[in-house]
Ligand binder design. Structure first.
Ligand SMILES: O=P(O)(O)OC[C@H]1O[C@H](OP(=O)(O)OP(=O)(O)O)[C@H](O)[C@@H]1O
Ligand SMILES: Nc1ncnc2[nH]cnc12
Length: 198
């Protein structure tokens, strides 16, 4: 599907990339066919072709954020970010990021996990892509999409909380601000009116 959608059907690079990924049966537990990309990283051409395919696809699409999912998204994301001229934003496992974070829990093929993102790493209105090595259940990717979406919402919520706090504890302060604003608007209109008249 990816090959067809991106005009890569029959591209010999895809077959070489696919062959460079080792499949390890029953790792880390019985029944899992583990797709091991460390063998792809050992193959310079296949590794470069993988990055180039993404750079060609996303260059000139006004993407300013490449978000990479820990850990294997960190192996491809930064090169793609440099290639398309975007910043790299790590989506990390819990308690790894030192600043203020937003978190999202998710279910995995073999367990549950959580991803975190630094508040302020991306701004509302920026266009982002998320990079990882593999989609199995899609839980990790969905958590990444939700995190980036929530970033804008959390900024909004942050200011909402401050306003609510001020409103509850200092209602007269809020009224004062509103009156002040209205008053300055009235003064402004009044000055404009005077300018017109004079
Ligand atoms: O589509 P999903 O079912 O969510 O699974 C895919 C995720 O699982 C793997 O990471 P893992 O959590 O094993 O962490 P790692 O990259 O740190 O090894 C893989 O790198 C993806 O991030
Ligand atoms: N089948 C798989 N291969 C490699 N990483 C994985 N993460 C979840 N499922 C996986």
């Amino acid at each position: 599907m990816f090959a067809e959608e991106n005009g890569l059907k029959g591209d010999p690079r895809l077959q070489a990339i696919s062959q460079a990924i080792r499949v390890v049966p029953h790792f880390p537990k019985h029944g899992i066919m583990f797709q091991d990309i460390t063998t792809l990283l050992l193959d310079h051409k296949a590794f470069k072709d993988t990055v180039d395919i993404f750079v060609d696809r996303y260059r000139d699409m006004h993407i300013s954020v490449v978000a990479g999912i820990e850990a294997r998204g960190f192996m491809f994301g930064p090169s793609i970010a440099l290639g398309i001229g975007a910043k790299f934003v790590p989506l990390r496992k819990p308690r790894k990021l030192p600043g203020e974070v937003i978190s999202e829990k998710y279910a995995l093929e073999y367990g549950t996990d959580c991803l975190e993102l630094h508040v302020g790493a991306a701004q509302p209105g920026e266009r982002a892509i998320i990079i990882d090595d593999l989609v199995a259940t899609g839980g990790t990717l969905s958590a990444g999409v939700k995190l980036l979406g929530d970033l804008f919402f959390s900024l909004f919520l942050g200011w909402g909380r401050v306003l609510l706090f001020v409103y509850i504890f200092f209602p007269s302060f809020i009224s004062l601000v509103i009156v002040q604003c209205m008053w300055s608007q009235l003064c402004y209109i009044y000055c404009g009116f005077l300018q017109l008249v004079l």
